[in-house]
Design a protein around this ligand. Structure first.
Ligand code: SAH
Ligand code: DHB
Ligand code: MG
Length: 225
């Protein structure tokens, strides 16, 4: 089976043209990221809008993101927030975080977004020690090797009923291969294993095709019973 089909990207263009339209702020974000040499691994335009709609749908007021890159998904998520809402985004690379702050400033969202630089595992431990409110929505899109650990932190940091989204859980189908040569696969498989009959999270995963080829996202809800 073909692992990529040029139609996928054309259909994404059609979706964006009809349902999303021009977005100079996000275009400027991608242009700045390219100028600074960041990898083009942001969520797609359609996925960014989906994150915004999911967060709006659950009326998220406190959102956590793991993996900021240049702030593309952070801008998408922050757009869902009410005036007194807040997004915390965790990023390892200081240079990426600095550019994300510039991009978020240009989007007029600086008041709502806080980027914490460092290893996400350490930042998550610090967040757990703090007396911040629990998160309503958590988007995980950083190093796949730590996905199972991020799940544990996400459960502890979220309120019952919170929505969890994990990016890149299909990886062109590689996820079903226990002997995959893709080093990110074992970490993703550990996430699925942890969620198999998980007592606290109900989950599904949806495969996607489009400008980011064949991949998928995992959607979970922290149980409130
Ligand atoms: N969510 C972004 C894309 C994130 S790409 C968007 O859609 O716009 C993954 C990001 O995770 C990269 O910026 C990478 O530097 C960061 N990352 C990788 N390992 C990390 C770690 N251990 N702690 C924190 N961030 C990490
Ligand atoms: C990679 C990471 C991502 O978050 C993504 O959306 C696509 C690719 C990667 O590290 O290869
Ligand atoms: Mg991703």
């Amino acid at each position: 089976m073909a692992k990529s089909d040029p139609n996928w990207s054309d259909v994404d263009d059609y979706i964006v043209e009809h349902l999303i339209g021009d977005d100079p702020v996000l275009d400027a974000c991608l242009a700045a990221n390219a100028r600074e040499g960041l990898p083009a691994i942001d969520v797609s335009s359609a996925q960014g809008r989906m994150l915004e709609l999911l967060a709006r749908g659950v009326r998220a007021k406190y959102i956590l993101e793991i993996g900021t890159l240049g702030g593309y998904s952070a801008i998408s998520l922050a757009r869902a927030l009410p005036d007194d809402g807040h997004l915390v985004s965790l990023e390892l690379e200081p240079q990426y975080a600095a550019l994300a702050r510039t991009n978020i400033e240009r989007a007029g969202l600086s008041d709502k977004v806080e980027i914490i630089v460092g290893e996400a595992i350490s930042s998550l431990a610090a967040l757990e020690e703090s007396d911040r409110p629990r998160f309503d929505f958590i988007f995980v899109d950083a190093d796949k090797e730590n996905y199972a650990a991020y799940l544990d932190h996400a459960i502890r940091l979220s309120r019952p009923g919170a929505m969890l989204v994990f990016d890149n859980v299909v990886r062109e189908g590689e996820v079903i291969d226990p002997d995959s040569s893709d080093p990110k696969v074992p970490g993703t498989r550990a996430l699925y294993a942890a969620l198999q009959k998980h007592p606290k999270v109900d989950a599904t995963a949806i495969q996607t095709v489009g400008s980011k080829k064949w991949d998928g996202f995992l959607l979970g809800i922290v149980r409130d019973d």
